[in-house]
Design a protein around this ligand. Structure first.
Ligand code: NAD
Length: 247
């Protein structure tokens, strides 16, 4: 399915990024460029295709200058690295606001720009946004604002890149059972009290009509669909994969 594809995945050492890289490698991707700031976790990745493992911070412009030679001829990209954080606006330290915006939005912009510069004619880009960027939720100002802006950025990029036959889409999960939740105090407190699995079940039952959160593998398969020729006419879309959370 992804034979001869050369695809970049950021945030590839954990959660959705790792599941996506695995999914693509197992379906024939020829070459994957995997980026993550967790160098140790990145170094442990072994997949059945040519791998370029690039430790680095997606929000660092100099990192992308250094990575350019690995990206030449790229035909797919998954803009996925991100961090969470929560707290009411009145109590939110500016440094926390800046950190979330810097990684989730500046980092996404730099990744998108690097991917667009590296692609010749034709390609597909998918950004991991979030249902938090669609439905306002108290306590999620920085994260929600970063993801709302990312969805807008994707739509602008889709218009700009269409003439080069490059499609750009977003995916918006509500909850996915990955380590990103450990940075959300409400979840971390419940996980400490009743266990991680039970905390996910409880949160999902409260928040989603379908009553459960996603597994990283499910989101990876949907990202792969958006990257694939099966989605050849899909561009500028945001695939809401949230169990009905935003309804
Ligand atoms: P995760 O914590 O398992 O993985 C995120 C990865 O990004 C980690 O490996 C981390 O080291 C890396 N990373 C963080 N900052 C980085 C930086 N500055 N440069 C390079 N790498 C960096 O989390 P996940 O749930 O797999 O999250 C992946 C994406 O999915 C994020 O953008 C997140 O906002 C989004 N998302 C997650 C959920 C969820 O419920 N888990 C829901 C909606 C959207």
């Amino acid at each position: 399915m992804f034979t001869d594809r050369h695809i970049l995945v950021t945030g590839a050492a954990s959660g959705i990024g790792l599941a996506t890289a695995t999914h693509l490698a197992e379906r024939g991707a020829t070459r994957l460029v995997l980026v993550d700031c967790d160098a140790a976790a990145l170094a442990r990745i072994a997949l059945p295709c040519t791998l370029d493992l690039l430790p680095g911070d997606v929000s660092d412009e100099a990192f992308w200058e250094g990575a350019a030679s690995f990206l030449a001829g790229l035909n797919g990209a998954v803009i996925n690295a991100g961090v969470a954080g929560a707290g009411p606006i009145a109590d939110l330290p500016f440094a926390q606001w800046r950190r979330i915006l810097s990684i989730n939005l500046d980092g996404a912009f730099l990744t998108l720009r690097a991917a667009l510069r590296a692609m010749a004619d034709g390609g597909a880009i998918v950004a991991t946004a979030s249902a938090a960027g669609i439905k306002p939720e108290a306590g999620v100002a920085a994260y929600g604002a970063s993801k709302a802006a990312l969805i807008h950025l994707v739509k602008v990029a889709a218009k700009e890149a269409a003439a080069r036959r490059i499609r750009v889409n977003a995916i918006a999960p509500a909850g996915v059972e990955t380590p990103v939740w450990d940075a959300v105090p409400m979840f971390a407190d419940r996980a400490a009290a009743i266990g991680r699995d039970a905390a996910f079940v409880e949160l999902a039952a409260l928040a989603t009509p379908l009553g459960r959160y996603a597994k990283a593998d499910e989101i990876a398969a949907q990202i792969a669909f958006l990257l694939s020729d099966a989605a050849a006419l899909v561009t500028g879309a945001c695939l809401v994969s949230d169990g009905g959370y935003t309804l």
